[in-house]
Write a protein that binds this ligand. Structure first.
Ligand SMILES: Nc1ncnc2c1ncn2[C@@H]1O[C@H](COP(=O)(O)OP(=O)(O)OP(=O)(O)O)[C@@H](O)[C@H]1O
Ligand SMILES: [Mg+2]
Length: 270
């Protein structure tokens, strides 16, 4: 695999008259964590579905580990794993049975051992013999992510991995994701939690109105806004400030802010 794990250029997708992606470009370096940020309906899941071969783009190209998602979809599927926005857990099976089943489907030699290792890693050992239908949302999500790690895929897509989790469960998932990247796995995650991107991502891209309007490290994104000067104290902009300035979406719902992508400063506190 080359040093670029994910390459996306000129991706376009419409659902009938709704133009969701209007030319999306980004690269993700191998072994890094890339966060795709965007509001509800921005097209994050659409990007993930195209990259994981579940959906065909109307135009543009995407490659995972050098394999084209359209013409080499089988190779792409062997390279990736996907944890969707809605969990793939079978509620009738126990946590352990869910893991064993996936390991068997992937023709791995020691499914029981793999299942027990993952249960331990995600603090699910005690719950392993209980039906997944009885799990809390956080436990289910952890099981779902554990299932996606079976077979050690080099590229993992996590579509809103911590939506609906309480803060403690969220931190547990973050630790697991960080560990993955340390082990050389490339992670593309989508999130609406700006703190999640701040905590996890090596690079952050904001998808807005069908395009990536900014892509950089947290430090680079923060430099897009000048530090607000309050008397003699300098206040650094948070990722939240950058996000709302660039998307033009404020908590008070001011419409159509940074239409041309030019950073705008918020009046509040400046
Ligand atoms: N199969 C479909 N048919 C028609 N419209 C769709 C379809 N899938 C998604 N859309 C629309 O496309 C837009 C982008 O959807 P998508 O799910 O990619 O957004 P998202 O960024 O993942 O949003 P969220 O944060 O809510 O998960 C939305 O307006 C959605 O309603
Ligand atoms: Mg989505």
């Amino acid at each position: 695999m080359t040093t670029t794990a994910i390459q996306v250029s000129g991706l376009e997708k419409s659902y009938k008259d709704l133009r969701v992606l209007r030319g999306v470009d980004f690269d993700v370096a191998r072994g890094s964590i890339f966060a795709l940020l965007g509001s509800n309906g921005a097209g994050k899941t659409t990007v993930v579905r195209i990259l994981s071969t579940l959906l065909k783009a109307d135009a543009g190209q995407a490659a995972i580990g050098g394999f084209d998602v359209a013409s080499q979809s089988q190779r792409v599927r062997e390279t990736i794993s996907l944890t969707g926005q809605f969990a793939a857990v079978d509620e009738v099976l126990t946590g352990r049975e869910n893991l064993v089943l996936v390991a068997q489907l992937r023709h791995l030699p020691n499914p029981g051992e793999i299942a027990d290792g993952l249960l331990a890693r995600f603090s699910l050992t005690d719950a392993g013999s209980r039906r997944a239908g009885t799990y809390s949302g956080g436990m289910r999500r952890r099981l779902d992510i554990a299932m996606s790690l079976i077979g050690n895929p080099p590229v993992i897509f996590l579509d809103e991995p911590t939506t609906g989790l309480d803060p403690a469960a969220r931190v547990e998932v973050w630790e697991a994701v960080k560990e993955l990247a340390h082990g050389g796995t490339t992670v593309l995650l989508t999130t609406q939690y700006l703190e999640e991107a701040e905590q996890l991502a090596d690079r952050i891209a904001i998808l807005h109105k069908g395009r990536i309007i900014v892509n950089g490290t947290l430090a680079e994104l923060k430099q897009l806004l000048p530090a607000a000067k309050v008397e003699y104290v300098e206040k650094q902009p948070s990722l939240e400030d950058v996000f709302f300035a660039l998307t033009g979406e404020t908590e008070t719902a001011e419409p159509e802010g940074a239409e041309n992508g030019a950073p705008q400063t918020r009046k509040e506190g400046r």
